[in-house]
Design a protein around this ligand. Structure first.
Ligand code: ATP
Ligand code: MG
Length: 259
């Protein structure tokens, strides 16, 4: 059997509420719709990606918490659960995950626990997408140690730039240390509203920025309440409302990244 090498994409931005989870769920679903085998790993104790895929806390057996505690690989295989959609699988999160940080304080190699536990799983997928919390926690560092690329959702709002600077400083530090091969998959503009001046001026600034301009994805994710609604009912927007702006934008992003 030829073992495939998946693209392991961390979706990250230390700023909260910029569309990280929406991007993980909906990009993952759009890629699965295109026939790719996708695994979503929810590394956020808020477990929004888990809920957004229709999985309730009671449905969760093993979670990423068990992976961090037992990096032997055994837990990882058992923690993968199917979703309602073909080709889209999940390793869920649980609120307890926030405790992992404290428990690992004295553990040597604590930033590599996720990488070790997932080492055997790679071959089964084309894409592994990882959701991260809105902070530079040990959980995020574990994600950066394991990932091959980072995709950065960036809200089209003037405050977004400060968060980008911080994140790229972090990515630089990770490259200088635990993961020299970590690439940038792109910066994707989110919550774009063509009717507002701030949205347009921020998108223009991003396009013309000497650092971020070349990294900016062509696909832009528009503000679309259907995206929020779909998260609320636990279905990716591409399955919930296929014709919506949200579905169309995430399908464009999937095509661009999969090209
Ligand atoms: N394109 C969009 N249009 C409208 N609402 C959206 C869009 N993308 C995400 N949302 C909604 O905005 C809120 C924040 O989005 P999301 O949870 O994806 O951000 P996040 O970066 O993961 O947040 P956190 O940092 O708390 O993890 C959610 O209620 C989500 O459903
Ligand atoms: Mg989130």
């Amino acid at each position: 059997m030829v073992s495939r090498k998946p693209r392991k994409i961390a979706v990250a931005n230390e700023k909260g509420g910029v569309g990280k989870t929406a991007t993980v769920i909906n990009l993952g679903a759009a890629l699965s719709l295109a026939g790719r085998k996708v695994l979503i790993i929810d590394m956020d104790p808020q477990f929004n990606a888990t809920q957004g895929l229709g999985i309730k806390p009671d449905d969760v057996g093993l979670s990423v918490y068990d992976l961090i505690q037992d990096p032997s690989g055994q837990a990882a295989r058992q923690a993968v659960i199917p979703t309602h959609w073909e080709g889209l699988e999940l390793i869920p999160s649980v609120p307890d995950l926030s405790g992992a940080e404290v428990e690992l304080v004295d553990v040597a190699g604590r930033e590599n626990r996720l990488r070790e536990s997932l080492a055997d799983l790679d071959g089964a997928y084309d894409f592994i997408l990882l959701d991260t919390p809105p902070s530079l926690s040990l959980l995020t560092v574990n994600v950066f140690a394991y990932a091959s690329e980072v995709l950065v959702p960036c809200q089209t709002h003037p405050y977004a730039f400060g968060a980008l600077t911080e994140l790229f400083d972090t990515i630089g530090a990770i490259r200088n240390g635990i993961n020299p091969g970590l690439k940038t998959a792109g910066v994707v503009a989110t919550f774009y509203d063509q009717r507002t001046r701030v949205s347009n001026s921020t998108l223009d600034k991003l396009k013309n920025d000497q650092h971020y301009g070349p990294l900016l994805c062509e696909a832009v994710i528009r503000a679309n309440t259907t995206v929020a609604e779909s998260a609320d009912v636990g279905k990716p927007v591409v399955f919930y409302r296929p014709g919506s702006y949200g579905a169309r934008d995430y399908i464009s992003l999937a095509r661009e990244l999969d090209g």
